[in-house]
Design a protein around this ligand. Structure first.
Ligand code: CA
Ligand code: CA
Length: 497
């Protein structure tokens, strides 16, 4: 009969066949934390600052015009050098600055909102206007609420529309707000191709911590042709922080490397790292002597972990992947640790190893099972299957060949189902997902959900078009992109049409 899109198993060669291909993209081969990507563009030579007395180092407003409000030059809160400007709802500006019409420029200023009271529209701003009094660049209202009370850098970009411009800094708003603002190190420079990386230094104080104790962290520096937009600290002991500086409490003993990720306003990322350590006398000592390497990859599902300990009757070993056990021995201890595919963090008290388990067999899609042999138009066709020998740590997260900096630990897996009603002239791609069936049960007057069996992969598709003749249900073949292990080539073929 001329069926209304009946889907039936096993008729692959007939016209109108719907084929299914399960396409598997596996977790990447390695975790790269804080990979430096300081790839520089072509940058021209030093760019001349077109402003006069940009840092107020004359000790005066020479080169500037005080337009309104309270304005003074102060010696006790400069961003650099000896002097900075202080405005109390004031405004200053440079005289007309000559530049080249049509060329790109950048304007910078360091600003600190020393105090702010009241509320009204507007706020402190940095602005560039052209000879026709058209605003070319504007920082927006800079408020303590949004920018805090520490020094920060304002970076503006504009294209000159006239041969001269004004550089303005000051309060523009209602009289119900009073802002005391310090600013320094202003600049107006012609833009150049490329992007310079942020130049930064980091400090930890103290570097060697007698834990438990606080440790402060501080990043200093600048992006010479822009601003620093994002700062992420990865201290190495499992803690993170954001921002230029702060303090945290250190409790974990060990030797660590702090890494700092710094991104500028054009997305260029540089990293800095600094070794530090913590010791504490009030904890038992546990060392892992085997494996020696802090990180390694293995094809064995069980790894022997051994070490030494002082001050402990038993040594407990656990992983972040569900293993827990007590080691044999105490002063010299050992235990067999069962690994899960992907990365496993093994902890023997505060000692740690990271081991990636890559199953040795070939990647395969097994146990394909359909919900039904035939479905009507718009009815769902559900195919479940298993994937063996995947090395993805997080099968519920998608695979990313090039994850953003800081997200490299998300080594997931992407599985798609491809469906075609016309021998691959038209392809419908549907994402598969790891599906954990549950059973409901009522216990103690409450409803509970219990997982039933192991999770399976599942992809669903409902045909939306009619087709004549018998339509086969599926044709499955795994295809692998990416790799499970570093440098490994795909072990399966791409979809066959
Ligand atoms: Ca200065
Ligand atoms: Ca830059």
């Amino acid at each position: 009969m001329c069926a209304d899109a009946l889907f039936r198993r096993g008729c692959l060669a007939r016209p109108g066949t719907v084929r299914t291909v399960v396409e598997v993209t596996l977790g990447r081969g390695t975790i790269l934390l804080w990979t430096a990507v300081a790839v520089l563009g072509i940058v021209s030579g030093a760019r001349a600052n077109l402003l006069n007395n940009p840092g107020f180092e004359t000790g005066s407003f020479s080169g500037w015009t005080v337009v309104s409000g309270g304005a003074s030059v102060i010696p006790d809160d400069s961003r650099s050098g000896a002097w900075a400007a202080r405005l109390v709802n004031g405004e200053v500006r440079q005289g007309w600055v000559n530049l080249h019409g049509g060329r790109p420029y950048k304007a910078f200023a360091w600003v600190r909102i020393a105090s702010e009271t009241g509320s009204d529209w507007g706020g402190f701003r940095i602005e560039v206007v052209d000879a026709n009094w058209q605003s070319l660049a504007h920082s927006g209202a800079l408020l303590a609420e949004t920018h805090g009370t520490n020094w920060f850098k304002v970076a503006l970009s504009f294209t000159a529309t006239t041969p001269r411009v004004l550089f303005l800094a000051g309060y523009f708003g209602g009289g119900g707000r009073t802002q005391v603002v310090h600013f320094d190190d202003c600049a107006l420079v012609e833009d150049a191709p490329g992007n310079l990386p942020p130049a930064v230094n980091i400090t930890l104080d103290p570097v060697h911590v007698s834990a438990p104790a606080p440790q402060s962290y501080r990043l200093s520096g600048d992006d010479p042709d822009g601003t620093i937009r994002q700062i992420v600290w990865e201290f190495g002991d499992g803690t993170r922080a954001f921002g230029w500086h702060g303090s945290r409490r250190v409790g974990l003993p060990g030797d660590f490397t702090a890494r700092v990720l710094v991104a500028d306003d054009e997305g260029l990322v540089v990293t800095q790292q600094l070794a530090w350590s913590a010791r504490r006398a009030d904890l038992p000592g546990v060392l892992i002597t085997n494996p020696v390497s802090l990180e390694l990859t293995t094809n064995a599902p069980v790894v022997l972990v051994s070490g030494t300990a002082t001050g402990l009757a038993t040594v407990a070993v656990s992983t972040d992947r569900g293993f827990y056990g007590l080691a044999t021995g105490s002063n010299a201890w050992s235990i067999s640790v069962t690994l899960q595919p992907g990365w496993n963090r093994i902890h023997a008290h505060h000692a740690e190893r990271r081991i990636r388990y890559v199953p040795p067999g070939p990647l395969a899609v097994l146990g394909l099972s359909e919900s039904t042999n035939t479905v009507e138009r718009w009815e769902p066709l559900e195919i479940t299957f298993q994937i063996t020998n995947s090395a993805a740590t997080h099968p519920h997260l998608p695979f990313e060949a090039h994850p953003p900096p800081g997200l490299a630990w998300v080594d997931g897996i992407t599985v798609d189902g491809l469906f075609t009603p016309d021998n691959w002239q038209t392809i419908y791609r549907r994402p598969a997902f790891l599906w954990q069936p549950y059973a409901r049960a009522r216990k103690g007057g409450a409803e509970w959900m219990y997982p039933t069996n192991e999770p399976r992969w599942c992809v669903r598709f409902a045909p939306r078009r009619r087709a004549c003749g018998s339509i086969a249900s599926k044709y499955a073949r795994p295809a692998v992109q990416g790799s499970r292990a570093r440098g490994a080539s795909p072990s399966c073929r791409p979809p066959t049409r």
